[in-house]
Design a protein around this ligand. Structure first.
Ligand code: ADP
Length: 674
């Protein structure tokens, strides 16, 4: 196959992966074309690309999933190739065909491989035919599966044949749950993947998720870049990935990597891919699926092997021989990736889109950040709420963990909610440290992890936070802009002997009682120092260095960095000791501030919508008796069905919504009475 030239590539994606792909294109001297939906015009991926093409507004089908618009953009821009990234159209065989039909190189495998592996049932069948181990499973219509209800090897897992991203999977513990779960899974499958076909698999208890990165060129070379372990998952979605797997024995490592290569060879796979397995407690592995694209967690492999996977993808797509042979691959040290999400770990990991008021990445040895943002912006509710990925590489697992811990502490993303404190809890957790993990680690440790988040917050002295906040609040014009000299004229007489009340709460709390009131008596304040008494303790804050958004201050003799930003509701977010706190002034200067930042928590009797979304099912009517755990209604939000369950046995007093209603966060759905 003669090698083709590529001068310009359109990246058919957004967010961090588009940014990451473009960085390789820059390195290779290839021109990049970004695409963007209206609400993304200002995004980082557009700013870093050589040119950006608009897709207009509307739904995803009108923008990032619109094959015709994307092909037209590529042709119009004079691109030679398209890189699909992950998600969106990356595993869409029609898209790959449309690219080829228009003489555009699709940077990925051929449509046939995508079709085979995109259909979990076919992929399973293919694996069986090629002597690749799979778990027990059953394929059939809902009725056929139900006919065997009594004989199934419970627990079983219902999966969507066209599924992905952990969506649409349901564990069924016994025959009595089968009917409802099958219905729900099939409905979700139809809606999200356009194909209601489902199947069941035996649910392996306490498994680990191990996957192998593969590369294959058009010259018959197939290699692996070793494995990644991705057992830390919430809702079947990976949160932390690492390489090497701390679990596999050397013998099993070789076996699983060779099996992955064997699958690729038997299907004539080309380009980069990932073969996923689950590993049971006896180190038996079973093929799950193959992702025929670059994966979110590919950087852990890149950090260990020094191979730029995107560069290899392009080289392979050009028809060249891969730059590596199996023998030339060495994997060094240990790498860990944390996915940083705008989400609320205390509220079932609900996405928490919103404004980022301050953004600062740690710059440290061994730390790589693949981010979708580089400055304050809005995390849109139209897309996945992943903000970035933090990848830390050390000599050993212990050192990689240590680097991760430090980096998380110094990674500042001030917004409504992020999972950073949750990741900090995991990275500090005994079971994680000792590799006592399986795919239900997050679920099993949920209470403990949340408790440790609270503990971290409680350990920080709130008076310190208040001292930092006030120093910033009084000096912000100066701190943010060195040229302003007349701050003190603006603040006037307030600067001496005033009394202020500040309420501090942890940002990661959904419990409004977790607030500390601090009484402050300001003694002296000017642009270089603050002397005050906070809850009867004397404070001296001295400015040590300011500029570039980071201000160093000496607070009662200790040097600290100050990161403060004003939130949308006129409160302040203060980053201190690796955590964010919300401060609100209660004195007369700020009498107009309304602290209405109350999170939605359903209680026993009143059930709120946890997110803006749509009511897709109402299972009860007024007067019905319900039992604890009964599903009252289902709210669909961000591609997820949220079952609103009764927390107690009671009677339905009011049903305030109908199926099809659009609801907002805090909309009351249903009220119960005893
Ligand atoms: P998706 O394509 O939606 O990501 P996968 O088949 O890759 O779905 O599975 C995602 C996750 O679900 C796995 O990492 C694993 O944690 C869990 N899982 C999948 N199949 C099984 C099974 N048979 N038993 C136990 N856990 C499973």
């Amino acid at each position: 196959m003669p090698s083709k030239k590529i001068h310009k590539i359109l990246v058919a994606n957004r967010g961090e992966i588009a940014v990451r792909i473009i960085s390789t294109l820059k390195k290779l001297g290839i021109n990049s074309v970004a695409i963007y939906a209206d609400n993304d015009a200002d995004s980082l991926h557009c700013r870093v690309a050589d040119e950006a093409r608009p897709l207009g507004g509307g739904t995803l089908k009108d923008t990032y999933l619109n094959i015709q618009k994307i092909i037209d953009s590529a042709l119009d821009a004079g691109a030679d190739a398209i890189h699909p990234g992950y998600g969106f159209l990356s595993e869409n065989a029609e898209f790959a065909e449309a690219c080829r039909a228009n003489n555009l190189i699709f940077i990925g495998p051929d449509a046939a491989s995508m079709r085979l592996m995109g259909d979990k049932i076919r992929a399973r069948q293919f694996a069986i035919e090629n002597d690749i181990p799979v778990v027990w499973g059953m394929v059939g219509s809902l009725e056929e599966i139900e006919a065997h209800a009594a004989a199934l090897p419970y627990p079983v897992l219902i999966k969507a044949s066209a599924g992905g991203g952990g969506k649409g999977m349901h564990i069924v513990e016994n025959a009595s749950q089968l009917h409802l779960s099958l219905e729900q899974a099939s409905r979700e499958a139809e809606k999200y993947f356009g194909n209601g076909q489902i199947f069941i698999e035996q649910y392996i208890r306490n498994p680990r998720h191990i996957e192998v990165q593969v590369l294959a060129d058009h010259h018959g070379n197939v290699i692996h870049l070793y494995e990644r372990e991705c057992s830390v998952q919430r809702r079947y979605q990976k949160v932390i990935e690492e390489s090497p797997s701390p679990t596999l024995t050397e013998e099993r490592r070789n076996a699983i990597c060779e099996t992955a290569v064997a699958i690729c060879k038997s299907m004539n796979y080309r380009n980069a891919g990932t073969v996923e397995f689950i590993l049971d407690e006896n180190q038996n592995f079973y093929f799950l699926e193959m992702n025929t694209r670059i994966q979110v967690e590919h950087p852990v492999t890149e950090q260990r092997t020094g191979i730029d996977i995107v560069e290899e993808q392009i080289r392979i797509a050009r028809g060249k021989v891969m730059g590596y042979t199996q023998d030339s691959i060495t994997a060094n040290g240990h790498a860990i990736e944390c996915r940083i999400y705008a989400e609320d770990p205390e509220n079932n990991f609900m996405p928490a889109p919103g404004d980022v008021t301050l953004y600062h990445q740690p710059k440290m040895r061994g730390v790589r950040i693949d981010s979708s943002i580089d400055r304050p912006t809005t995390i849109s509710d139209s897309y996945d709420p992943m903000i970035s990925k933090l990848i830390c590489h050390g000599k050993t697992r212990e050192s990689a963990i240590e680097i991760t811990k430090n980096a998380l502490k110094n990674y500042i993303v001030q917004t409504r909610k992020t999972n950073i404190p949750y990741l900090q809890s995991i990275i500090d957790n005994e079971d994680f440290l000792n590799n006592r993990i399986d795919t239900s680690y997050c679920e099993k440790h949920q209470e403990e992890l949340i408790e440790s988040m609270h503990q971290m917050r409680d350990d920080v002295k709130k008076e310190d936070v208040v001292a930092l906040f006030l120093f910033y609040d009084f000096n912000k014009l100066y701190l943010e802009n060195n040229n302003i000299d007349n701050v003190w004229e603006e603040i006037g007489y307030w600067r001496y002997n005033m009394n202020i009340d500040v309420v501090v709460s942890g940002q990661q709390t959904t419990d409004d009682r977790q607030q500390t009131l601090c009484h402050v008596q300001i003694d002296r304040i000017n642009r270089k120092s603050l002397h005050c008494i906070i809850n009867e303790q004397p404070y001296e804050v001295l400015l040590s260095q300011n500029g570039g958004g980071i201000n160093k201050v000496i607070i009662n003799g200790m040097m600290e960095s100050v990161f403060v930003s004003e939130t949308n509701d006129n409160n302040y977010c203060v980053h201190f000791k690796g955590l964010d706190f919300i401060c609100r002034r209660n004195d007369e200067l700020n009498y107009a501030k309304d602290y209405s930042n109350i999170d939605v928590k359903n209680n026993d009797m009143t059930y709120y919508s946890p997110m803006p979304g749509k009511v897709i099912k109402v299972n009860v009517k007024e007067g019905d008796e319900v039992k604890e755990g009964d599903v009252l209604c289902v709210v669909e939000a961000m591609k997820m069905e949220n079952n609103i369950k009764a927390m107690t046995s009671a009677k339905v007093a009011k049903v305030l919504v109908n199926e099809g209603d659009k609801v907002d966060v805090k909309t009351i759905l249903i009220e119960l009475v005893l």
